[in-house]
Write a protein of this length. Structure first.
Length: 264
């Protein structure tokens, strides 16, 4: 049987006419974005990251040369607030430590500056104290304690009372603790000057809070007001306290105040 010709068979090319092989071109793989930013000895040095040297300088000035920092104290507070908003935990913690040093150095002088700067600083401290990062939260608690110890209670309570009804329940709790610590160090005359009824109304709102930290702070506020109320009284304190609460508070609020005192 005869073989059929194959049409697609390769033609035989003479040796002298064979095409030369093309040189292979090696294509370097493209580097990822993460590899481009890596510094090595064959590249120019990368710019240094932002450090906390300015915050450390502010801490040194507030500790050793507070008079030099006083003219620009408002601007320094705004820089501290901005640093607290930074996502870097180390920078955030350094700014909180700077706030503590500023509280210890200037105290009530902070209230004579632009009120918005102090309000922003107070809000950020309450927010940082409410975070889940333990070392940031602990440092913010220390800073709030330094604030309470260095600033008079009456003007500080005026700043803190607005946070009793804050939407963030953790911020409410931290504000309640600061209010409780401020009321605890007040005398009977200071409590009367601020308003015993006002303090009891704030405490009544916090007694029903979801967080136990806020409820415990509210009970401490009620007991401090009760001690101030009965300090110079020679009458039946329980009946006088009950009459005072019923005449100045709603029925539900008065029952809460009486229950807190009777449970002690």
């Amino acid at each position: 049987m005869a073989l059929r010709p194959i049409d697609n068979a390769l033609s035989i090319v003479p040796d002298g006419l064979r095409p030369k092989k093309q040189a292979k071109v090696s294509i370097q793989p493209q580097k990822k974005a993460s590899e481009i930013s890596v510094n090595d000895e064959n590249k120019a040095p990368l710019p240094q990251p932002i450090d906390a040297s300015s915050l450390n300088d502010a801490r040194r000035f507030s500790l050793y040369h507070p008079g030099l920092l006083l003219p620009v104290l408002e601007k320094v507070m705004l820089v501290v607030v901005k640093s607290m908003k930074n996502p870097r935990s180390a920078l955030c913690k350094t700014s909180i430590m700077a706030a503590s040093d500023i509280f210890n150095a200037y105290g009530e002088k902070l209230l004579s500056t632009d009120s918005s700067a102090f309000d922003q600083l107070l809000l950020q401290l309450l927010l940082k104290a409410s975070q889940d990062k333990k070392f940031v939260c602990e440092e913010a608690d220390k800073s709030l304690t330094a604030m309470v110890n260095s600033i008079a209670a009456l003007p500080l309570l005026q700043k803190l009372r607005g946070f009793v009804n804050h939407g963030n329940l953790r911020v409410r709790a931290k504000a309640a603790v600061s209010i409780s610590n401020s009321v605890y160090k007040m005398g009977s005359e200071e409590i009367k000057e601020f308003g015993s009824v006002t303090l009891l109304q704030m405490a009544s709102d916090l007694l029903n809070d979801r967080l136990p930290e806020a409820r415990e702070a509210a009970r401490s506020i009620v007991l401090s007001v009760y001690e101030a109320f009965t300090e110079n009284e020679k009458l039946d304190t329980e009946e006088d306290w009950q009459s005072f609460c019923q005449s100045n508070l709603s029925m539900i609020q008065a029952q809460l105040m009486i229950k807190v005192v009777s449970s002690q």
